[in-house]
Design a binder for this molecule. Structure first.
Ligand code: ADP
Length: 389
């Protein structure tokens, strides 16, 4: 069975076609600059630059690519049994993979206010796929769903009840990734009764405490700015700063949001949101870059302590996503001097985790430390497959 996975942004569309249940990725690609003068479409090693007025043209190009007999992928469009869509916000409503119907689409629309950058684009992807893959079942996989297990003691904010009644609470994000790597870790531990911390460190970053296979707490909250320091997002700050910026410095709410979302984080501290540049600068003696790395790793460490205390222990610490998978510097700094918690990394293994199946655990460590590459698309394909089975 073939399952297509779509991750639609406002001007982009990432896709992968999977053969299920093997989980083999047959086609991987991306349409970029949708709606602009010139767009770019890439599927496996096929690349074309042309205007893509909307997501529809991008999906039509994909269909053409898939049906091209030279590529030998599918002979009929209807071979695609289902399309799995990544949807960022599922609110309190969606805790499971969900078969899409009119009611589900209406609910995703209602949630636009909670995820104004993402849910509208996700819905465009769904509606376009419905037009093109008319026989396929459309399934929504929500980035917030995994975190719906977070107990009230961790998801409620200490603000007046009326706001909680109006759905202001912790939702958490990157759930598909945290779920994927935590399941992989539990396979390695050969148990579901485990205490894990998963660190998804990409452009956006979040840490999750996974207790007995379920999300127990996470660093992102109502929106995706809280918690760890990120590429361009501040992570935790004192709320009073926002009021000071607005009341005393004359910034509008939209300007403050833009500053905290797009101009903060590593970009503000070190002038770049690409960790490779920052590592190079730090190695060349740049003090700002050095401080930025220390702050970045420090924020991770604070949550390792927080989550370990909340779970009364830790079995494994998992690094994933662009930075987690590739930066031995961040992994080293974030785990340094944590021997008292039973965490110790083998520095030789840390420099080349692939050679050790991602296991960078030090000799004297009681906690396993693993680098596990995330695969959100495969997780979406798998959850979609399980739902339609
Ligand atoms: P996204 O959230 O956009 O999916 P990724 O998971 O691709 O992000 O992560 C992007 C981050 O990973 C960038 O900060 C990039 O600098 C970092 N990164 C990628 N490769 C390396 C590397 N070899 N060393 C250090 N950082 C890396």
């Amino acid at each position: 069975m073939k399952i297509l996975v779509l991750n639609s942004g406002s001007s982009s569309l990432k896709f992968q076609l999977f053969d299920m249940p093997s989980g083999k990725a047959l086609v991987k690609g991306l349409a970029e600059r949708i709606g602009e003068k010139t767009g770019k479409f890439k599927a496996n090693d096929f690349v074309v630059e042309k205007a893509l007025p909307s997501h529809k043209e991008a999906l039509e190009l994909l269909t053409e690519y898939l049906l091209n007999p030279d590529h030998n992928i599918i002979a009929y469009k209807d071979e695609i049994a289902a399309v799995g869509h990544r949807v960022v916000h599922g609110g309190n409503t969606f805790v499971q993979p969900t078969l899409i119907n009119d009611e589900v689409k209406a609910k995703i629309k209602e949630l636009f206010s909670l995820a104004p950058l993402h849910n509208p684009a996700n819905l465009v992807g769904i509606e376009t796929a419905e037009q093109i893959f008319t026989k396929a079942r459309q399934v929504a996989i929500f980035d917030t769903a995994f975190h719906q297990s977070i107990p009230v003691v961790n998801h409620k904010y200490a603000i007046p009840e009326e706001f909680y009644q109006k759905d202001i609470r912790k939702y958490g994000f990157h759930g598909i990734s945290h779920q994927y790597v935590s399941r992989e870790a539990n396979k390695r531990l050969n148990s579901e009764n485990t205490k894990l911390i998963t660190l998804h460190l990409g452009n956006g970053a979040s840490a999750t405490a996974v207790l007995n296979g379920k999300s127990f707490d996470t660093t992102m909250g109502f929106g995706p700015m809280n918690g760890l320091i990120m590429g361009t997002r501040s992570g935790d700050i004192d709320q009073s700063i926002i009021f000071y910026m607005m009341d005393k410095m004359g910034y509008t709410a939209a300007e403050v949001q833009n500053i905290l979302n797009k101009k903060s984080g590593m970009m503000a501290l070190a002038g770049s949101n690409d960790l490779r540049d920052i590592e190079t600068a730090a190695a060349n003696g740049d003090k700002k870059a050095r401080l930025a790395l220390d702050m970045y790793a420090g924020a991770i460490k604070k949550y390792i302590g927080n989550f370990t205390a909340q779970m009364n222990g830790l079995d494994a610490l998992i690094f994933t996503a662009g930075i987690g998978e590739n930066s031995n510097v961040v992994r080293r700094l974030a785990t340094q001097s944590l021997e008292f918690l039973g965490i110790q990394v083998d520095e030789e293994k840390n420099k080349n985790p692939q050679a050790f199946n991602g296991d960078i655990t030090g000799e004297n460590s009681s906690v396993k430390v693993w680098v596990i590459p995330t695969n959100e698309e495969q997780e979406i394909a798998m959850q979609t497959f399980q739902l339609i089975q």
